[in-house]
Design a protein around this ligand. Structure first.
Ligand SMILES: NC(=O)c1ccc[n+]([C@@H]2O[C@H](COP(=O)([O-])OP(=O)(O)OC[C@H]3O[C@@H](n4cnc5c(N)ncnc54)[C@H](OP(=O)(O)O)[C@@H]3O)[C@@H](O)[C@H]2O)c1
Length: 269
């Protein structure tokens, strides 16, 4: 039986999503989770919702945990790591989800030999459909990386990647739900513009995105194959796709992801 005692530091958007996912979908016992946030009301609200323990300071929490999950903003990482450094023990698995913060940077502020894991989730972890990538520092064994992956798997897909690809993951799937939300919002507006009531357009668009994603997952076909299958010669879909290509839809997405990728590399500065 794996030791699932967890300490979560940072109870904002992602920290809360992780706690909810692990408890509601991952079978983690609420009593085994301790949470801490500099905003006390934030950790207490989460603790009340999930029946877990909000601690007033890190000194009480850290010796208790097998897993430390750090979910604070990148710019808060250095100060936090300096605070926890005297408290962490060599057997603990320290998982950071901070965008753009390298394993080497984290390890440099912790005692030598600390086991550091970097995981890039996205907000869909909240509904158990997250897309996550994981990399580990040299002190982490394959079995330990698997232990962390198993903890996060109830929140969605966990894919191992070399750390040098983490900023690319951040630009693609870390920020990805926001691209999809923008796409959905624009499509709904387009439906309204074409005469549909907003709630009807909204229901149709959300189901269309969900259904298309499900088709991609189940068929395992290349998206171009699925697109070609619904694009009849001189038909409506073909006319619409022509407009999107002319407007640079594909190129804009490529540039957007590259911009997020570059930004992830700048976050510490
Ligand atoms: N949001 C996403 O979709 C997403 C996706 C992938 C990865 N991430 C990563 O997830 C991390 C958290 O993002 P978020 O959106 O959840 O941020 P958030 O909502 O701002 O939550 C972070 C929380 O941590 C608190 N905090 C700051 N310093 C702390 C400390 N030393 N000890 C304990 N708590 C502290 C913050 O308080 P204050 O507000 O008072 O500072 C805030 O309540 C970031 O590093 C981000 O790169 C986020």
């Amino acid at each position: 039986m794996q030791d699932k005692r967890i300490g979560l530091i940072g109870c904002g958007t992602m920290g809360s999503a992780i706690a909810r996912g692990m408890i509601n979908k991952g079978g983690v016992e609420p009593a085994a989770v301790q949470v801490y946030d500099v905003k006390r009301e934030q950790s207490e609200k989460l603790a009340q919702e999930l029946q877990l323990v909000a601690v007033p300071d890190l000194a009480a929490m850290i010796p208790y945990c097998r897993h430390l999950i750090i979910a604070v903003k990148p710019q808060d990482m250095a100060a936090l790591l300096k605070t926890i450094a005297p408290l962490v023990k060599p057997h603990q698995l320290i998982t950071s989800i901070a965008a753009g913060i390298s394993i080497q940077f984290i390890a440099s502020l912790l005692p030598p030999g600390s086991k550091v894991i970097r995981l890039m989730p996205n907000t869909a972890c909240l509904v158990g459909e997250g897309a996550m990538a994981i990399s580990s520092g040299a002190a982490v064994t394959a079995a330990e990386q698997e232990e962390v992956s198993a903890l996060f798997r109830p929140l969605g897909l966990v894919v191992p990647v070399p750390e040098k690809l983490m900023n690319a993951v951040t630009g693609l799937s870390g920020s990805g739900p926001a691209y999809v939300f923008l796409f959905v919002e624009a499509l709904i507006d387009a439906g309204v513009n074409a005469g549909l009531p907003r709630e009807v357009a909204s229901a149709l668009v959300v189901q269309t995105v969900f259904g298309a994603a499900q088709m991609l997952r189940e068929s395992k076909l290349h998206p171009a194959e699925l697109r070609n299958a619904v694009t009849s010669p001189a038909g409506t879909t073909s006319a619409a796709l022509q407009v999107l290509e002319e407007a640079g839809f594909r190129g804009s997405l490529g540039k957007a992801v590259m911009q997020a990728f570059r930004r992830a590399g700048e976050l510490l500065s």
